[in-house]
Design a protein around this ligand. Sequence first.
Ligand code: NDP
Ligand code: OXD
Length: 296
Amino acid sequence: MEALLPSHEIVMLGEPFDRESIRYALSWRHPPGALKDLPNLRVIVSLGAGVDHLFSDPALPDRPIVRVVDPDLTNRMSEWVVMHALAHLRQLRRYERQQSERVWADDDQQPRASDIQIGVLGLGVMGKDAAVKLKALGFKVAGWSASPKSLAEVACFSGADGLKLLLAQTDILVVLLPLTEATCGIINAPLLSQLNRGGPLGGPILINAGRGGLQVEADLLTALDSGALKGASLDVFEREPLPKDSRLWSHPEVYVSPHNAAMSSPKAIASLVARQIEAYERGEPLAHVVHPRRGY
Ligand code: NDP
Ligand code: OXD
């Protein structure tokens, strides 16, 4: 940031600084209260795409919040989603197990991508890109968002009734929602029970890279144990790091990754933020501003 914005002084939290001199606060999970009493603060910048970490601060100052929207980040997320959709379609776990046991056995019942219906919850920057890339691989794709959308070859649903319709046909549920009051705990037993149980994968699959607070992990484990859920790929958890004693680590049908489905490259993010600040100081409107009432 110092190299990119030489006309600005950059200070890190913990260093001594004059609170009146701060105009921009760049944050990824700052300690609650750290941004209060900055009388000349103009903009809060989330150093990630998600902003729930900001809204969890009860003393967050009332200033415009901008977030990261970066093609590199979006691509990485779609890579992760596509990788896991294919892992479940092509039974990667089974063949890894077979390899470790030196078992040569194939499966002549292999379903095609075009036999599988994927439902994507959240059709924002990430969800839309993932939906289009899954579609390009031949999957049937539907999506759900708060407001109605229209996407070529992707059936778009919104609202509570739309969610019901989408779930009833979904074999693989991809979750790319933000964590807000409205979405907290949305991936729970009642929702999982509405997924299509009779699909070609032998049961529904959950892929969540949105936020851990979206899922009720006790409900996920119950559904996995009972077979109501066939498998899951989880990048985000109620508590991170995922506690060592969580059963999710060792469940044979669960993939766990350490909240790195899409990692922001520090260089790319720094240059994005510097460009935002420069444009703002030239009098241009801020881009990717978070809606304070919606919380994303
Ligand atoms: P966006 O804000 O662009 O999209 C959010 C989408 O969710 C929108 O389509 C929105 O609907 C929909 N949505 C929000 N609330 C509801 C609701 N109550 N009901 C139905 N739909 C809803 O976000 P991004 O796509 O950029 O990112 C999504 C999330 O991905 C981030 O918030 C973050 O939590 C997570 N993320 C995870 C990463 C990881 O490494 N695991 C990396 C980066 C992001 P509408 O379009 O109508 O507003
Ligand atoms: C983000 C994340 O929100 O990495 O950018 O989770």
